[in-house]
Design a protein around this ligand. Sequence first.
Ligand code: NAI
Length: 338
Amino acid sequence: DPPNLQMESGSGLEQVKCRARGGSSGFKVAILGAAGGIGQPLALLMKMNPLVSLLHLYDVVNTPGVTADISHMDTGAVVRGFLGQKQLEDALTGMDLVIIPAGVPRKPGMTRDDLFNINAGIVKTLSEGIAKCCPKAIVNLISNPVNSTVPIAAEILKKAGCYDPRRLLGVTMLDVVRANTFMAEVLGLDPREVDVPVVGGHAGVTILPLLSQVKPPCSLTTEEVNYLTSRIQNGGTEVVEAKAGAGSATLSMAYAAVKFADLCLRGLRGDASIVQCAFVPSQVTELPFFASKVRLGRNGVEEIYPLGPLNEYERVGLEKAKKELASSIEKGVTFARK
Ligand code: NAI
C-alpha cells in the first residue's frame, strides 16, 4: 500500500493520502542489518539500482532514521523500514533477494572466527525467518565468519525442509574486488580491465587468489606473486587496523555487495553469461562448501565451474585453504545441529 504521509504545516498535522503507484516492475530486495556500517551504504546503493522496485530495510536498531533518509532519494525503488524481531517476518515476506550484513565486525587483533559466538546466533535467527517467509529467495550472506555462517544457514534451511543449495551464496566479492585493484596497481592497468578469480573461502589462507588465471593474461615475478597473495588475503585486516577499533571494511564491502547483488538480479531476470566467484554449496572439491566461479541465473547458481589449471604455488595454497575451511565448515554445521 502507498504510505499515508503526516506532515506538520502551520497550525497542525495534515494527512495526505498517497495515490497507488502503477507500472512498477522489478525485484524485491531486503537488507538485514541495514542500519550498520555496511548496511547503510548498501541501502543507499541498492536504492539506486534500477532493477529494484521494493527495498526493505531491517535491523534491530535505527531503521526508522535510515529509512526516512534513504526514502527521500528520487530513484525508482520504494523503501520500507522494519525495526526489531517482531517485524522480521514482514520484512522478509515476498522478497526475491535477501542480503545479510547483520552482526558484529572485527576489531584489531581479531580473526573472523572470533565473531562466531555472536554472529552464528544472528544468522540462525535470520535464516529461520527466511525459511518461513521467503524460502525461494536468493540469499547473499555477508556476515562473518562466512566460512561458517553459510553452513549454518544451509543447516537451518535443511531443518525447515526448504533448502535449495542454488539459492544460498556467501559473498566473497570483496576479495575479488581487492584482487582486481591490487593486481591492476602492480600491472599499471585500470582495475576495470582486470579479472582475478579468488577461490576457497573468506578468511586468511582460505582466500586463494588464482593469479595464474588473471585476465588479461600476464606473467608475474615470484616477489609479485608473494606480495599480491599476501595483500589479498590480508586486505580485510589492513582496513581493520587502519580503522583502529572503529570496525572493518564497510564502504568497499557495500560496493562489492551491490556489485554482487546486481549480478544475482540480472541472473534472476534471465541475462546470459553472468559469472562471478561466490562461496557456495559445492562439489568442486571434497568439501561441502567452496568458493569458485559460478554462473548465476533464474534459480540462483545454475552452474559451478571447476578451478581450472593451478600452478604449484596455488596447489600448495589450496591444500592449506582446504584444511582451515574444513574445520570452519564443521564448526558451523555442529552449531546449527545443536
Ligand atoms: P556493524 O556493527 O556496523 O553493523 C551490523 C548491523 O547489524 C548493526 O546495525 C546491528 O544493529 C545489526 N544487527 C545485529 N544483530 C542483528 C539481528 N539479530 N538482526 C538484524 N540486524 C542485526 O557491522 P558492519 O561493519 O556492517 O559488518 C557487518 C558484518 O559483515 C560483520 O559480521 C562483518 O564481519 C561482515 N563483513 C563481511 C565481509 C565480507 O567480505 N563478507 C567484509 C566486511 C565485513
